[in-house]
Ligand binder design. Structure first.
Ligand code: CAA
Length: 388
């Protein structure tokens, strides 16, 4: 049978960051609460020159060849922080990336979960149409507000994935188990640009959902923890994934427990420095695992736990393909992190309050941004995107 899965992956996050020790000091918290208790060391700062559309375009552009752009027949745009209540981010991408016009475009929303749903739709579509390719992007700006308890769990960026037959990176197995429950742990009313959250409750529900879908997965698949080389988690903050991992570690023997903890460390290297990117967090964690693990091999099974508040949980597995590292853009994240500019807390607060909002015309200075796709302002309530 033809293997269907993730052929390529690419990532983008803007060029500025803050240091979590400085944020802790500014907020009167112990630095180790942020560094260890939350598990974050830096956080991406999103300038007015970037939104979910430009971040998605910057991520996808680096991995797409000219023939990919001709062969893509569907663009699925997953986001919690879309820029329009009507038009999808995907249709902007089709133009900005020069993807052929005979591709369908749509946006999907369910808090941090929509990237996983998009990926599964892509897999199922390509299973039926193995000559076609689907572009999935998960792009978000995580905003809770200045001086809120969620502030340390902000961040932003985009992950792009190309789904095809005979993929380079991983087969997406048909073994998904999921759970939905209508609850209010995190939400964002249509008029608000920051999330509303019941923080402790959301963390507890995340763990409960993980335990429930993992249990169901084991029952339905007949597999257990010994079938997995690594587990990757949605990481709203990296300690959250560690808490979930600790829920299953007792099922493994000592040797496997140590190995799973090592793989978890590899899977959070990038998320610790970028922060939350809602829909993209699980996939940045997968990227981090693939690039930073010392022991992954073709054929290994990786467990993936996706969580979106409100709430939806899903567990499924990937099987690594023979040349899995060839599907990543070599050195991309290392170079992105090495070139980021440090921002002081007072400057970050100004940038935080300077996002494009409201109906007024505005021109945004893009000279310091450096990315290929930027947001140059707004005219007649239409965002003005530039390809530099
Ligand atoms: N050294 C080491 N650890 C310390 C410490 C110190 N000096 N001081 C405190 N800590 C530890 C605490 O013991 C605690 O650890 P445990 O969770 O293991 O008990 C941890 O630091 C955090 O401390 P608090 O619980 O006191 O922190 P808080 O009240 O400020 O809230 C939070 C933390 C609830 C995560 C908050 O940041 C928040 O609301 N974040 C947004 C919501 C969120 O991310 N929820 C996750 C699930 S929802 C989801 O996944 C969807 C999504 O993306 C939003």
């Amino acid at each position: 049978m033809t293997v269907i899965g993730i052929d390529k992956m690419s990532f983008f996050s803007p060029h500025q960051y803050i240091d979590m020790v400085e944020l802790a000091n500014a907020r009167g918290e112990e630095p180790n609460k942020y560094l260890i208790g939350i598990g974050q060391t830096e956080q991406a700062v999103i300038p007015a020159t970037q939104d979910v559309v430009t971040m998605a375009a910057n991520a996808a552009d680096e991995m797409l060849t000219a023939s990919d752009r001709k062969e893509i027949t569907m663009i699925l745009f997953a986001t919690e922080s879309g820029i329009d209540n009507s038009k999808s981010g995907a249709v902007y991408l089709q133009r900005l990336l020069g993807i052929n016009p005979y591709a369908r475009t749509i946006e999907l929303k369910q808090a941090c979960y929509a990237g996983t749903f998009a990926l599964m739709q892509a897999r199922d579509y390509v299973t039926l149409h193995p000559k076609e390719k689907v572009l999935v992007v998960a792009s978000d700006i995580a905003r809770y507000g200045l001086q809120t308890s969620g502030e340390v769990t902000q961040g932003g960026g985009a992950v792009a994935m190309l789904v095809s037959a005979n993929p380079m990176i991983a087969e997406i197995n048909q073994d998904n188990q999921f759970l939905s429950r209508d609850i209010m742990d995190f939400w964002r009313p249509i008029y608000a640009d920051t999330a509303r959250v019941d923080g402790k409750y959301s963390s507890n529900v995340y763990q409960d959902f993980f335990k429930a879908v993992w249990q169901r997965y084991k029952e339905k698949s007949g597999r257990d923890i010994s079938d997995f080389k690594a587990l990757a988690f949605h990481l709203p903050f990296t300690k959250m994934g560690l808490k979930a991992l600790r829920d299953v570690l007792p099922e493994a023997n000592d040797e496997q427990q140590a190995a799973l903890l090592d793989e978890f460390e590899a899977s959070r290297v990038y998320n610790k420095r970028i922060g939350n990117l809602y829909t993209g967090s699980l996939y940045l964690s997968l990227y981090s695992l693939l690039e930073n693990s010392q022991s992954l091999e073709a054929g290994d099974r990786i467990g993936m736990f996706s969580y979106g508040s409100g709430a939806e949980g899903e567990f499924y597995s990937l099987t690594l393909q023979p040349h899995f590292n060839s599907g990543l853009v070599t050195g991309q994240i290392e170079s992105l992190l090495a070139n980021r500019q440090y921002v002081s807390i007072p400057d970050y607060e100004k940038i935080f309050n300077n996002q494009l909002r409201g109906p007024e015309d505005r021109v945004i200075d893009i000279k310091d941004d450096g990315a290929k796709f930027t947001l140059h302002g707004q005219k007649n309530e239409q965002r003005q995107y530039v390809c530099n």
